[in-house]
Write a protein that binds this ligand. Structure first.
Ligand SMILES: *Cc1c(COP(=O)(O)O)cnc(C)c1O
Length: 376
């Protein structure tokens, strides 16, 4: 049996090596390292895949969120509602822009932001909601868009973990996550569901004016070279990464199916175990399983992690410290509401190996060891 990894990018690469090598070599030979043709090609393909009008490439997922927030003319002290149970980038950019992150509670089954909690966080200074489609599961976007319309708020979807997921509205229409809010942001970090071989990111919107502005912001505030209309930043998706993404985007649906198949295998094996809550798939969306995350009940999590590691099985805690308990947000703490679900989840979640190359033999071995620990 091949060694088990959280993410096996090497085997995945070996299956597309000829295509990727050729595409990367073409970039090297063209020497168009910045804004070469593969960048435009990728944005077009990504826009077709998602059904969104504008795809704006940028340097990483954190920049994508930052550029989105810079484009919305928020004033210092304006409030942005985000979950606390997320990767730090979501909340960090809010503070970086001198805005105030207000942490909402998550749903204990889907791990995504809870609309009831969003309502409780709204004040006259609230400007935006940033739902995170955590682990590959969409947040309840229909309800979130309703709240946003009611209070005139922007919605920026953090789609870094859920690219390719489908959201179905109550009228039966379906949209890709990241294209439902006013702006969607994603990351092409290597381990994401659509990852390049370095850093990369993109921003999505249907809005022409916002798209223009975000393109400008990502390019030092200019649309005509050396004429800078507003303060921006320097954030580009380089041509080599775009060339890799062009190849990988064509495989994204196959990759998603492989993740879903691995998740189904785990689910079946764990279904009878009272101490394990397997991932709940929300009725309104598909789950693209960026992570396969269990909730443990009455199980020694550190013990399980150690036992698995002794059996050459990696496991991870995403995330052990929620944003509202991070030192960087210490100054906000006294004003924040209690987040018992977030705290409860942070103490109980564990993520098992999840990627496109897991074999049945590996899945059987991993799930067998997990059950062994829990049932003994
Ligand atoms: C990975 C990730 C980001 C940031 O992406 P980078 O490309 O690493 O900057 C933001 N939000 C979430 C939820 C992520 O998982």
């Amino acid at each position: 049996m091949a060694p088990i990894q959280m993410v096996d990018l090497k085997t995945q690469y070996s299956r597309i090596k000829d295509q990727v090598d050729r595409a990367v070599l073409e970039v090297l030979e063209s020497a168009a390292f910045i804004n070469g043709k593969p960048v435009q090609d990728f944005c077009q393909s990504m826009s077709d895949y998602l059904g969104v009008k504008h795809v704006i490439p940028c340097a990483n997922g954190t920049d994508a969120l930052q550029i989105a927030m810079m484009a919305l003319d928020f004033q210092p002290g304006d409030e942005v509602i985000t979950p606390s149970f997320t990767y730090i980038a979501t909340t960090e950019v809010v503070a970086l822009l001198k805005l105030k992150p207000v942490f909402a509670e998550v749903d204990p089954h889907t791990f995504c932001i809870d609309p009831e909690s969003i309502r409780k966080c709204i004040t006259p200074r609230t400007k935006a909601i940033v739902p995170v489609h955590l682990y590959g599961q969409s947040a309840p976007m229909e309800e979130i868009m309703k709240i946003a319309a009611e209070y005139n708020l922007y919605v920026i979807e953090d789609n870094a973990q859920a690219i390719g997921a489908d959201y179905t509205f109550s009228d039966g229409t379906t949209r890709k996550t990241g294209t439902i809010g006013h702006i969607g942001a994603t990351s092409f970090f290597p381990s994401k569901n659509l990852g390049c071989y370095g850093d990369g990111g993109a921003i999505f919107t249907h809005d022409d004016a916002l798209a223009d502005k975000m393109r400008k912001i990502a390019n030092h505030g200019q649309s005509v070279r050396y004429y800078h209309d507003l303060v921006g930043c320097n954030s580009r998706l380089d041509t080599v990464q775009a060339a890799v993404l062009n190849i990988k985007l064509a495989h994204l649906n196959t990759y998603i199916k492989a993740r879903q198949a691995a998740a189904s295998y785990y689910n079946k094996v764990f279904s009878g175990c009272a101490n394990i809550q397997t991932p709940v798939i929300a009725p309104y969306s598909t789950h693209v399983f960026h992570q396969y995350t269990l909730i443990l009940n009455g199980v020694d999590r550190d013990g399980l992690n150690k036992y698995l590691s002794e059996h050459q099985i990696p496991s991870m805690i995403y995330y052990p410290v929620p944003a509202h308990r991070q030192k960087m947000f210490e100054s906000f703490r006294s004003e924040q509401q209690e987040l018992p679900v977030t705290d409860w989840l942070s103490a109980r979640v564990i993520s098992l190996p999840m990627h496109t190359e897991l074999t049945e033999e590996q899945l059987e071995y991993i799930s067998g060891r997990v059950l062994n620990f829990i049932e003994n």
